[in-house]
Design a binder for this molecule. Structure first.
Ligand code: AGP
Length: 610
């Protein structure tokens, strides 16, 4: 978590740093700060809370031509002004912004304190500033940073600015992403290149162990031994014009309404579907038909919403390809010392491509010789690079912390994988063609499901003050129920639980009461009648029930207080359509309760620490 930005060049640094922080705020918004370097001094401004708070204390203008900025998601030390970054060394000669977690900071702090260094924050990060400043007594800036980094263990992406060398910015990476942007006589440093992409598309992605030494007209990368490393700059893809909210009050709603386009793009606007062969064409997979036939198992790894999409992906793989498949919580898989089989295909699913737990799981699998591919939205992200092959989701930039369009596009990409693998094995031509038709029709059906908004808004007005909300589903709709609950708690802070319909009588039924609405997800298919029975069981205990269904069955009217009908589809694609009213409900409740829909408390868009 945390976002870092740095600039050096001929332009005034302050507005560029601020713009970068706005673009990085999705990485954390507990506090923000900026350090401006002018000859002989560093001026630091920092403030607890969202960027508006920092903006209120910044000078109207500053002549500084270089500086660094940081937006924080707190790990060590409470959310406060003094714990905000950048941190100054006690002599004010060095400012450091840090993303990551240090393991041995406490012992270094003790050592420095015994030498008389006075710390001003409770953070682990401040030790970097103090160490660099101590090393500066006897070394030049680059050597001082290297000497300091050799003392610390843990993860970091850092930006360092110097009072005595105002045009110099040094960055370093170990486990936390950092890229440099090379402009015309200017240079940028950022946790995510989108923070400088409007100024330059020429970028170098740092690797672990890299030290980037930036001046306005020069840049170089060294390793921790101080040796120069050869690195080529690459050109970032052209930016898409999706950076503002348009007519919508928040990104969450905008991105919810962008799902028809996001899913169409995930389908390659038709280019990933081969109609006559009833299959999918996935150039990025980099697997021959023989490789595909050799797969004995598919294991998805992911976190959060991506994990819920992966759970659905695993069920689609089993349905269409008849290969054992499962989805694992990446953080659990990593620490479980997984048994990695060479015939297993591991699929890492992630919107950002920067989720630390997912990256760690992929590294563990790769270290044990496993084959990994990614289903990733973040083009050029760490995960996409690490996997080297896979399926880009192409949902477009997702700004709201809570995922919406990446979720539906991830399910679609998993379905494309299942289709390609299925057709090379057990799925018939006829079934493959039917799947292609259903996938092609999906964007239009999502459009229809979005028309439920005003009815969902009414439900939110009725139940926004509920103490809890329950979501139940069976089969592929069980992960959709988990996702419905995650979305609601994430952005409205209303307690919510998702569970399998079959589990209802084994405990969750005790939660049912007239004040607790239950959303029951049904799809035309084998589980429909059993979920209908669940609804009756809830209603018999006076629990209000909303049915979300792709089959308009007359029995629903008796078993539910409200029935929300989405267009019919293949059962395995129902989660995409039935999630639409759930996303709209979460957003409507959050808005009824006056929450910050796009930036829910305590969260960040990319969870880049384990
Ligand atoms: C989703 O609404 C959440 N913000 C969160 O669970 C997210 O899906 C999870 O952190 C995984 O992120 P990723 O897709 O970027 O890997």
């Amino acid at each position: 978590m945390c976002g870092i930005i740095g600039y050096t060049g001929p332009r005034k640094a302050l507005p560029l740093l601020l713009q970068g922080l706005h673009l990085l705020e999705y990485r954390g918004y507990d506090s923000a700060g900026i350090a401006l370097a002018t000859e002989g001094s560093l001026r630091v401004f920092k403030k607890e809370g969202k960027l508006e708070n920092l903006e209120a204390v910044l000078p109207a203008s500053s002549a500084a031509k270089s500086g660094i900025g940081h937006t924080r998601w707190a790990t060590h030390g409470v959310v406060s002004d003094k714990n905000a970054h950048p941190h100054l060394g006690s002599k004010g000669r060095v400012a450091v912004a840090h993303n990551g977690i240090l393991d041995n900071w406490a012992e270094i702090r003790k050592e420095l304190e015994s030498e008389g260094v006075e710390f001003t924050s409770e953070t682990d990060s401040e030790v970097i500033a103090q160490l660099v400043e101590r090393e500066l007594e006897t070394r030049k800036p680059t050597e001082a940073v290297i000497a300091a980094l050799k003392r610390i263990s843990g993860t970091y992406g850092i930006a360092v600015a110097f009072a005595d060398k105002p045009g110099l910015i040094i960055g370093a990476r170990n486990g936390s992403p950092l890229a440099i942007g090379i402009g015309d006589g200017e240079a940028f440093l950022a946790s995510d290149p989108s923070a400088f992409a409007s100024h330059t598309r020429k970028a170098v992605f740092l690797q672990d162990g890299d030290i980037a030494v930036l001046q306005a007209k020069s840049w170089e990368i060294r390793n921790l031994r101080g040796e120069l490393s050869d690195r080529e700059a690459e050109t970032l893809p052209a930016r898409t014009a999706e950076g503002d909210k348009g007519i919508h009050p928040d990104f969450f709603l905008k991105e919810t309404f962008e799902q028809p386009q996001a899913v169409a793009r995930a389908l390659g606007n038709g280019g990933r579907l081969v109609k006559d062969l009833g299959t999918a064409k996935l150039g990025g997979l980099d697997m021959s038909p023989r490789d595909i036939q050799g797969i004995r198992e598919i294991v998805f790894v992911a976190m959060g919403t991506a994990l819920h999409a992966a759970l659905i992906g695993a069920r689609i793989v089993e349905a269409w390809a008849r290969i054992p498949s499962r989805a694992e919580d990446a953080s659990e898989l990593r620490s479980a010392n997984p048994i990695v089989n060479k015939d297993t295909l591991y699929v890492a699913v992630s919107q950002s491509g920067e989720t630390a737990d997912t990256l760690a799981a992929v590294r563990e699998i790769q270290m044990k010789g496993g084959r990994t591919i990614g289903i990733v939205n973040g083009v050029g992200s760490t995960l996409a690079r690490l996997c080297g092959s896979g399926i880009y989701v192409h949902a477009g930039p997702e700004h709201s912390v809570a995922a919406t369009k990446s979720w539906s596009a991830q399910i679609v990409c998993s379905a494309l994988l299942a289709l390609a693998v299925g057709r090379s094995r057990y799925l018939s031509l006829g079934d493959g063609r039917r799947v292609v038709e259903e996938l092609e029709a999906l964007p239009g059906k999502i459009e229809q499901a979005l028309a439920l908004k005003s009815r969902v808004d009414d439900l939110a007005r009725r139940w926004s003050r509920s103490t809890s909300t329950l979501f139940l589903g069976r089969g592929v709709l069980y992960p959709a129920a988990l996702e419905g609950a995650l979305k609601l708690k994430e952005i409205s802070y209303v307690h919510a639980e998702g569970f399998a319909g079959g589990a209802l009588k084994h405990g969750p039924l005790a939660l049912v009461s007239p004040e607790v609405p239950t959303f029951a997800l049904l799809a035309d298919g084998e589980t429909f009648d059993r979920t209908l029975s669940n609804m009756s069981e809830v209603r018999a205990r006076k629990g209000p029930v909303v049915a979300v269904t792709n089959r308009d069955d007359p029995r629903l009217a008796d078993a539910a207080d409200e029935v929300l009908v989405v267009p019919p589809s293949l059962e395995v694609l129902a989660p995409v359509l039935e999630s639409i009213p759930l996303q709209l409900y979460a957003r409507a409740v959050a808005s009824e309760l006056g929450r910050d829909v796009d930036r829910p408390r305590n969260l960040a868009k990319s969870v880049t620490t384990e």
